[in-house]
Design a binder for this molecule. Structure first.
Ligand code: HSE
Length: 347
């Protein structure tokens, strides 16, 4: 049985979703993978819960307490940035809100983790958008893993599919619906005939939208994901990394109810599509035939990889939500630990 000591940073929808999944999968992880997960600390922006035992925090008590400040392990004003290098842990799970401006606070947390010899699993897009090359290099230099399956497509294993299952093929282009919130809004405008603002409010209440929902509506979130996909999957070793300002982005703010209905009458749908094709990176509203595999509804995301040998492959799944994103986070943890155990056995 391997003990996996985890520091969790971020106690929002995905952070809590992850903790719930850790409880739910406790025996499964032990029986199938021989892993015993301990959450040694959970940080929020105004402090953290820090375990004083080797067995980690009692997660159930964190999730059920009404006022977290009353929790016996709560330490006010302590910062993840300062504590990450000091604490003993195997993996830092970084799930603070996305900030595409400077990547903080997630960027600082990931740097601290990698520099202090911890592997990182994140679903936070900001640090990867702002400092993709730096973070990949930092992970390599420190011989650490940096996994981010949950950052793009929520529960959908986009990176595993491209890297593992399409190993024999060269991926030529990527096209997809990468934002659950805008897809939810556009779908509700068609199915329920409700206005944009109401549909957005619903998406916020359901926990799909970013803290700043203009990230979703204005295509910033989808563009960030497109950048991460392009740099991870399309970029060849000899090519440079793409930057955010190279992506042409168009919002869905001006899509009217009339436009949505007119498309519907013509067997078409308006979708917020992100594409990386022939060196061009774009995010914007597009008319798709209703029968297109990309034309999924609600919070679903869809991604089509076009490759030289396998042709077109489209993968569809839940692109947002705490539990769904947590599934990707947990898979990354299992993957890292399996790799670590294999390396240890080979030495
Ligand atoms: N706000 C994002 C979305 C969350 O709606 O897709 C998942 O990245």
């Amino acid at each position: 049985m391997a003990d996996v000591r985890i520091i969790l940073v971020g106690f929002g929808t995905v952070g809590k979703g992850f903790l719930n999944v850790v409880i739910e999968k406790k025996s499964f992880l032990k029986e199938i993978y021989g892993l015993n997960l301990h959450i040694n600390a959970v940080f929020k922006s105004d402090g953290g819960f820090i375990s004083n035992t080797n067995t980690g925090l009692d997660i159930q008590s964190l999730l059920s307490i009404k006022d977290y400040k009353e929790h016996p392990q709560w330490v006010k004003d302590v910062k993840a940035y300062d504590k990450i290098p000091e604490m003993e842990a195997d993996i830092v799970v970084e799930l603070t809100p996305t900030n595409i401006g400077d990547g903080e606070p997630g960027l600082g947390h990931i740097r601290q983790a990698l520099k202090s010899g911890k592997d990182v699993v994140t679903a936070n897009k900001g640090p990867l958008v702002v400092a993709f090359q730096e973070l990949i290099t930092l992970a390599e230099e420190n011989k650490r893993f940096l996994h981010y399956e949950g950052a793009v497509g929520g529960a959908i294993p986009v990176f595993s599919l491209a890297r593992e299952n399409l190993k024999s093929s060269k991926i030529i282009s990527i096209e997809g619906i990468l934002n659950g919130t805008t897809n939810f809004i556009l779908s509700r405008m068609v199915s329920e005939k409700i206005p944009f603002e109401i549909a957005l409010k619903e998406a916020q209440e359901l926990g799909y939208a970013e803290r700043d929902p203009s990230y979703d509506i204005d295509g910033i979130d989808a563009a960030g994901k497109l950048l991460i996909l392009t740099n991870t999957i399309l970029r060849r070793p000899e090519e440079r990394f793409v930057k955010f300002d190279e992506i042409k982005i168009e919002s869905i703010r001006n899509i009217t109810q009339e436009a949505v209905e007119l498309a519907e009458e013509n067997n078409l749908v308006i979708k917020h599509v992100a594409s990386a094709k022939e060196g061009k990176l774009e995010v914007g509203p597009k008319l798709l035939p209703k029968t297109s595999p990309l034309a999924v509804s609600s919070t679903l995301n869809s991604i089509t990889f076009k490759s030289d040998l396998a042709g077109e492959i489209t993968i569809i799944g839940e692109g947002a939500g705490g539990r769904e994103t947590a599934s990707a986070v947990l898979t990354d943890i299992i993957t890292i630990f399996k790799k670590r155990i294999k390396t240890k056995n080979n030495n």
